[in-house]
Design a protein around this ligand. Structure first.
Ligand code: MN
Length: 205
Protein backbone atom coordinates (compact mmCIF):
# COMPACT_ATOMS: atom_id res chain seq x y z
CA UNK A 1 0.00 0.00 0.00
CA UNK A 2 1.35 3.35 -0.96
CA UNK A 3 0.11 6.72 0.14
CA UNK A 4 2.06 8.65 -2.47
CA UNK A 5 -0.50 10.05 -4.84
CA UNK A 6 0.09 12.35 -7.76
CA UNK A 7 0.40 15.97 -6.61
CA UNK A 8 0.29 19.38 -8.25
CA UNK A 9 3.78 20.76 -8.91
CA UNK A 10 4.47 24.41 -8.13
CA UNK A 11 4.87 26.68 -11.11
CA UNK A 12 8.47 27.78 -11.69
CA UNK A 13 7.21 31.43 -11.75
CA UNK A 14 4.35 33.52 -10.35
CA UNK A 15 0.86 33.64 -11.82
CA UNK A 16 1.48 37.16 -13.15
CA UNK A 17 4.89 36.34 -14.63
CA UNK A 18 3.64 35.75 -18.17
CA UNK A 19 1.67 39.02 -18.35
CA UNK A 20 0.65 40.64 -20.61
CA UNK A 21 0.63 37.64 -22.94
CA UNK A 22 -1.10 35.27 -20.53
CA UNK A 23 -3.00 36.95 -17.70
CA UNK A 24 -2.58 36.09 -14.02
CA UNK A 25 -6.19 35.04 -13.47
CA UNK A 26 -6.06 32.56 -16.32
CA UNK A 27 -2.77 31.14 -15.01
CA UNK A 28 -4.15 30.77 -11.48
CA UNK A 29 -7.37 29.06 -12.57
CA UNK A 30 -5.53 26.90 -15.07
CA UNK A 31 -3.06 25.69 -12.45
CA UNK A 32 -5.17 25.46 -9.28
CA UNK A 33 -8.47 24.35 -10.81
CA UNK A 34 -7.88 22.65 -14.15
CA UNK A 35 -4.52 20.97 -13.58
CA UNK A 36 -5.46 20.11 -9.98
CA UNK A 37 -8.73 18.66 -11.28
CA UNK A 38 -6.90 16.27 -13.62
CA UNK A 39 -4.65 15.15 -10.76
CA UNK A 40 -7.58 14.56 -8.38
CA UNK A 41 -9.42 12.50 -10.99
CA UNK A 42 -6.26 10.58 -11.91
CA UNK A 43 -5.73 9.67 -8.25
CA UNK A 44 -9.37 8.64 -7.93
CA UNK A 45 -9.18 6.47 -11.06
CA UNK A 46 -6.10 4.69 -9.68
CA UNK A 47 -7.47 4.21 -6.17
CA UNK A 48 -7.84 0.44 -6.60
CA UNK A 49 -4.58 0.21 -8.56
CA UNK A 50 -2.41 2.32 -6.31
CA UNK A 51 0.78 0.57 -7.38
CA UNK A 52 0.64 3.11 -10.24
CA UNK A 53 0.89 6.07 -7.87
CA UNK A 54 4.66 5.77 -7.86
CA UNK A 55 5.09 5.26 -11.62
CA UNK A 56 6.15 8.21 -13.75
CA UNK A 57 3.05 9.52 -15.54
CA UNK A 58 4.82 9.47 -18.90
CA UNK A 59 5.58 5.76 -18.41
CA UNK A 60 1.94 5.06 -17.61
CA UNK A 61 0.89 6.83 -20.82
CA UNK A 62 3.50 5.04 -22.95
CA UNK A 63 2.16 1.77 -21.60
CA UNK A 64 -1.53 2.78 -21.69
CA UNK A 65 -2.65 -0.53 -23.26
CA UNK A 66 -1.69 -2.29 -20.04
CA UNK A 67 -3.89 -0.10 -17.87
CA UNK A 68 -7.04 -2.03 -16.86
CA UNK A 69 -9.95 -1.56 -19.30
CA UNK A 70 -12.34 -0.12 -16.74
CA UNK A 71 -10.10 2.85 -15.90
CA UNK A 72 -8.13 3.29 -19.14
CA UNK A 73 -10.16 6.18 -20.54
CA UNK A 74 -10.02 8.02 -17.20
CA UNK A 75 -6.26 7.62 -17.16
CA UNK A 76 -6.02 8.83 -20.77
CA UNK A 77 -8.07 11.92 -19.94
CA UNK A 78 -6.65 12.79 -16.54
CA UNK A 79 -3.18 11.27 -16.70
CA UNK A 80 -2.84 12.93 -20.09
CA UNK A 81 -4.10 16.16 -18.58
CA UNK A 82 -1.50 15.92 -15.81
CA UNK A 83 1.43 15.13 -18.12
CA UNK A 84 0.43 17.71 -20.73
CA UNK A 85 0.22 20.52 -18.19
CA UNK A 86 3.50 19.53 -16.49
CA UNK A 87 5.23 20.08 -19.81
CA UNK A 88 3.24 23.23 -20.62
CA UNK A 89 4.33 25.06 -17.41
CA UNK A 90 7.94 24.12 -17.98
CA UNK A 91 8.24 25.25 -21.57
CA UNK A 92 7.02 28.74 -20.72
CA UNK A 93 8.92 31.48 -18.90
CA UNK A 94 8.77 35.25 -18.49
CA UNK A 95 11.04 37.27 -20.82
CA UNK A 96 12.03 34.06 -22.50
CA UNK A 97 13.26 35.52 -25.76
CA UNK A 98 11.52 34.81 -29.00
CA UNK A 99 13.61 32.29 -30.90
CA UNK A 100 15.56 29.07 -30.42
CA UNK A 101 19.33 28.95 -30.86
CA UNK A 102 22.10 26.50 -31.52
CA UNK A 103 21.47 22.85 -32.35
CA UNK A 104 17.73 23.08 -31.79
CA UNK A 105 17.41 25.96 -34.22
CA UNK A 106 19.53 24.13 -36.79
CA UNK A 107 17.35 21.01 -36.44
CA UNK A 108 14.16 23.07 -36.86
CA UNK A 109 15.59 24.78 -39.95
CA UNK A 110 16.65 21.46 -41.46
CA UNK A 111 13.23 19.95 -40.89
CA UNK A 112 10.90 22.86 -41.63
CA UNK A 113 12.98 25.12 -43.90
CA UNK A 114 13.19 28.07 -41.50
CA UNK A 115 12.07 29.01 -38.00
CA UNK A 116 9.33 31.15 -39.57
CA UNK A 117 8.07 28.23 -41.64
CA UNK A 118 8.03 26.08 -38.50
CA UNK A 119 6.03 28.72 -36.61
CA UNK A 120 3.58 29.06 -39.46
CA UNK A 121 2.97 25.31 -39.62
CA UNK A 122 2.62 25.13 -35.85
CA UNK A 123 0.22 28.12 -35.80
CA UNK A 124 -1.83 26.54 -38.53
CA UNK A 125 -2.11 23.26 -36.62
CA UNK A 126 -3.09 25.18 -33.47
CA UNK A 127 -5.70 27.35 -35.21
CA UNK A 128 -7.33 24.45 -36.98
CA UNK A 129 -7.40 21.99 -34.07
CA UNK A 130 -11.16 21.57 -33.81
CA UNK A 131 -12.50 21.88 -30.29
CA UNK A 132 -10.21 21.17 -27.35
CA UNK A 133 -6.70 19.82 -27.71
CA UNK A 134 -3.01 20.44 -28.04
CA UNK A 135 -0.35 21.08 -30.65
CA UNK A 136 3.13 19.66 -30.17
CA UNK A 137 6.66 19.60 -31.41
CA UNK A 138 7.63 15.98 -30.88
CA UNK A 139 10.32 13.47 -31.63
CA UNK A 140 8.86 10.66 -33.73
CA UNK A 141 11.50 7.95 -34.15
CA UNK A 142 14.23 10.54 -33.76
CA UNK A 143 12.63 12.98 -36.22
CA UNK A 144 11.19 16.35 -35.24
CA UNK A 145 7.53 16.62 -36.19
CA UNK A 146 4.51 18.85 -35.53
CA UNK A 147 1.68 16.85 -34.07
CA UNK A 148 -1.76 17.56 -32.69
CA UNK A 149 -3.95 15.66 -30.22
CA UNK A 150 -7.63 16.02 -29.24
CA UNK A 151 -8.81 16.49 -25.65
CA UNK A 152 -6.03 15.53 -23.21
CA UNK A 153 -4.62 12.71 -25.32
CA UNK A 154 -0.88 12.52 -24.74
CA UNK A 155 1.77 12.23 -27.48
CA UNK A 156 3.41 9.56 -25.30
CA UNK A 157 0.52 7.24 -26.18
CA UNK A 158 1.73 7.35 -29.79
CA UNK A 159 5.32 6.77 -28.71
CA UNK A 160 6.20 10.36 -29.45
CA UNK A 161 8.30 12.48 -27.10
CA UNK A 162 6.95 16.04 -26.85
CA UNK A 163 9.46 18.86 -26.34
CA UNK A 164 7.07 21.80 -26.88
CA UNK A 165 3.31 21.94 -26.46
CA UNK A 166 0.53 24.50 -26.74
CA UNK A 167 -2.76 24.12 -24.91
CA UNK A 168 -5.60 25.32 -27.15
CA UNK A 169 -8.44 24.43 -24.78
CA UNK A 170 -10.62 27.50 -24.27
CA UNK A 171 -9.75 27.44 -20.56
CA UNK A 172 -6.18 28.38 -21.59
CA UNK A 173 -7.15 31.69 -23.17
CA UNK A 174 -10.84 32.54 -23.00
CA UNK A 175 -10.75 35.09 -20.15
CA UNK A 176 -8.33 37.33 -22.03
CA UNK A 177 -8.83 36.42 -25.67
CA UNK A 178 -12.43 35.12 -25.77
CA UNK A 179 -12.89 33.49 -29.19
CA UNK A 180 -9.65 34.93 -30.64
CA UNK A 181 -7.54 31.79 -30.54
CA UNK A 182 -5.11 32.97 -33.27
CA UNK A 183 -4.25 36.05 -31.17
CA UNK A 184 -3.54 33.85 -28.14
CA UNK A 185 -1.29 31.62 -30.27
CA UNK A 186 0.57 34.61 -31.70
CA UNK A 187 1.17 36.07 -28.23
CA UNK A 188 2.14 32.73 -26.70
CA UNK A 189 5.38 32.68 -28.69
CA UNK A 190 6.57 35.56 -26.48
CA UNK A 191 6.66 33.27 -23.44
CA UNK A 192 8.13 30.10 -24.94
CA UNK A 193 11.10 29.02 -22.85
CA UNK A 194 13.45 28.00 -25.65
CA UNK A 195 16.18 27.19 -23.15
CA UNK A 196 14.00 24.48 -21.66
CA UNK A 197 12.91 23.24 -25.09
CA UNK A 198 16.58 23.00 -26.07
CA UNK A 199 17.27 20.93 -22.93
CA UNK A 200 14.48 18.53 -23.85
CA UNK A 201 15.73 18.44 -27.42
CA UNK A 202 19.21 17.49 -26.22
CA UNK A 203 17.95 14.89 -23.76
CA UNK A 204 15.92 13.08 -26.43
CA UNK A 205 17.96 13.63 -29.59
MN1 MN B 1 -5.20 23.30 -19.93
Amino acid sequence: MTEDKFTLPNLPYGYAALEPFIDAKTMELHHTKHHQGYIDKLNAALEDHNEYYTVDITEILRDIQNIPDDIRQQVINNGGGHANHMLFWEIMAPKAGKEPEGELRAAIETKFGSFEDFQQEFNNAASTRFGSGWVWLVFNNGELEISSTPNQDSPYMQDYVPILGLDVWEHAYYLKYQNRRPEYIENWWNVVNWKKVAELFKANN
